[in-house]
Design a binder for this molecule. Structure first.
Ligand SMILES: Nc1ncnc2c1ncn2[C@@H]1O[C@H](COP(=O)(O)OP(=O)(O)OP(=O)(O)O)[C@@H](O)[C@H]1O
Length: 223
């Protein structure tokens, strides 16, 4: 049996605030298999980004476990978590986060090079799929928002992650452009066999994913 792309087991996360201890995640468990897409919704401040950051190894949990493609994230060393973000986990944020000094082609190859998995033919295929072929020699500042986010999607998938974590990836785009980018993200992730966890405020965008889950008062529930 292949390993699940993501396993979250009994995750607890609290923050100490001026008003007391905030229990943001309260015994959260979920599993995502290769090729699946899951939308995570929840009100502002419900803990969606916190869950995503813990899955990416960017933030520690109080207790519970996260595994990505069988590798432990919680409890792993800083260097192991950094290695995970170079390889098994791909991140896409609302801000496009492209490298301004690199061309589109350079940005597309960047993450795959870091992961030691650069394959020019695969980058070309992704550029074609994402409609970026005519833009390969441009720099990020010469692109529209939708074009920049398509580059970010390609850069992420070129490294062949087992798991893509996307936090409001279309939040800076108008509705039509955002829908188009999300459809491409869903397509290329599914084609690559990557699992996708999508954080969104939008029930409309969430409905495009294979499954949906809602975070309320620290617990996961059906939307
Ligand atoms: N470092 C911190 N210290 C204290 N509280 C924090 C910290 N980081 C986050 N929080 C609190 O934890 C809760 C969850 O934050 P989080 O950013 O995960 O929510 P979210 O669901 O992603 O919100 P949004 O949809 O507005 O982005 C919020 O109430 C936030 O204020």
């Amino acid at each position: 049996m292949p390993q699940p792309a993501l396993t979250v087991a009994h995750l607890v996360k609290t923050f100490a605030t001026g008003e007391g201890v905030l229990r943001v995640l309260d015994d959260v468990s979920l599993q995502l298999d290769a090729g699946q897409s899951l939308a995570l919704t929840g009100e502002s401040g419900s803990g969606k980004s916190t869950l995503l950051h813990i899955c990416a190894g960017l933030e520690p949990a109080d207790s519970g476990q996260v595994h990505v493609a069988g590798q432990a994230v919680t409890g792993a060393s800083d260097s192991a978590r950094a290695a995970l973000r170079r390889g098994a986990v791909g991140l896409i944020f609302q801000q496009f986060n492209l490298i301004p000094s690199l061309t589109v082609g350079g940005n597309l190859a960047f993450q795959a090079r870091l992961a030691g998995r650069h394959d020019p033919a695969q980058v070309s295929a992704l550029a074609h799929r994402l409609g970026l072929e005519a833009l390969l020699t441009r720099y990020p500042e010469q692109l529209s928002g939708g074009q920049q986010q398509r580059v970010a999607v390609g850069r992420c998938l070129a490294a062949r992650p087992a798991l893509v974590l996307a936090d409001e990836p279309t939040g800076n785009l108008d509705e039509a452009t955002g829908d188009a980018v999300l459809d491409l993200l869903l397509e290329v992730a599914a084609d690559a066999g990557a699992a996708l966890l999508l954080v969104t405020h939008s029930p409309r965008l969430a409905a495009r994913c294979g499954a949906r889950i809602h975070l309320r008062a620290g617990r996961l529930e059906a939307p």
